[in-house]
Ligand binder design. Sequence first.
Ligand SMILES: Cc1ncc(COP(=O)(O)O)c(C=O)c1O
Ligand SMILES: N[C@H](C=O)CCC(=O)O
Length: 444
Amino acid sequence: MTAESTPDFPASAALFERARAVSPGGVNSPVRAFRAVGGTPRFMASGTGPYLTDVDGTEYVDLVGSWGPMLLGHAHPEVIDAVQRAAAAGTSFGTPSEPEVLLAEEIVTRTPVDSVRLVSSGTEATMSAIRLARGCTGRDLVMKFAGCYHGHVDSLLVSAGSGVVTFGLPGTPGVPEASTAQTIVVPYNDTAAVEKAFAEYGDQIACVITEAAAGNMGAVPPLPGFNKFLSETCARNGALFISDEVMTGFRVSRSGHWGLDGAAEGWRPDLLTFGKVMGGGFPAAAFGGRDDLMSRLAPEGPVYQAGTLSGNPIATTAGYTTLRLATDAVYEQLDAVAGQVRTLASEALTEAGVPHVAQAAGNLFSIFFVDGTDTVTDFEQAQAQNVKQHKAFFHAMLDAGVYLPPSAFESWFVSAAHDDRAIERIAAALPAAARAAAAAPPAH
Ligand SMILES: Cc1ncc(COP(=O)(O)O)c(C=O)c1O
Ligand SMILES: N[C@H](C=O)CCC(=O)O
């Protein structure tokens, strides 16, 4: 079957046609379209544990996990039960309610924040954290790293990962130059470049924002000590350090990526952002940090931030129930499964003679189809991939019933529900997919 043919999924193809008539590109978030890999996006009808089933009745082992949130797998019975009970009690009050307190307490217990403000998306979280950083410092400049993605915040859509790099967009029309003029972009993991930028603009930099571990150009971990260096450099220069844990938070450990570096090294970010897992599959996100900063937010302070559905009782119930079920045993299982799948994929590609780097940041991981290096540390290296090999690999896996991110620049996600049967299905699909990648045309 070619990448572009659609004989086996008529229901998805029909829905896609209808969707394209009423939605740009037929999707509600660009990365869901199969633009980078070709073909028809599968419209999913249901999910259970590690599996998704599309509207044509085909079942897939899911290695996307709704782009991160589905830590426990799909339709976990206890989460569904809690959500059903919450929904029956009313779907939104526009007043404070108990589930948002429970979720906030759980976040404060697990992470280095003193308090949190709940919002509805990761984009809102990073946008609000930056506003707060600017409000607290009285400075305007923001430093970010090439290849990191923090949602579709105007000032952060520069050299961004995720869909922005997947579709090769140099920048985004509609973002005023005045917004991006306030953004300094520095190569990821490059301490000298950070120091140089501070030497030049130090007293104007409000904050440095980084993904706690980059997951939106593929999985690129911070080099040892890099996040600590950022924290210390910010402190020395009167800037705030924002660690974006939207992807890593409550996934790579119970305390997120900070649990893997900051907790042991004895530093904490000034502000953190969270999303994905903490919503348990519903729209919930948060930003939080030191009390002296958070108290600058309205109604306590002058920095305004608000949301009609912020702290929604169903979303916060789903998030709280998910976190309560995310025990140490769950994180051990996630780490083990992620290691197993990454190793299996790497072995199959090696066997087929496909140059690659199989890289992890905690239990986030991805395959880079690159040659001549055994590690990827920045955006330039990530972009050197042979995306044609990714495309061939992706479609062969899909045909064999394994759903991977339809982009070479995204991380793979496992869940605690990925059991032996799911792993066996992945293992069975890999050899043919690796051979398909080997047969793909060269990069240029
Ligand atoms: C690290 C990171 N920050 C922020 C965001 C934005 O989150 P959302 O898509 O919920 O707006 C994402 C994902 O999209 C992300 O991966
Ligand atoms: N890489 C993105 C977030 O992590 C993928 C989700 C999206 O933009 O739809």
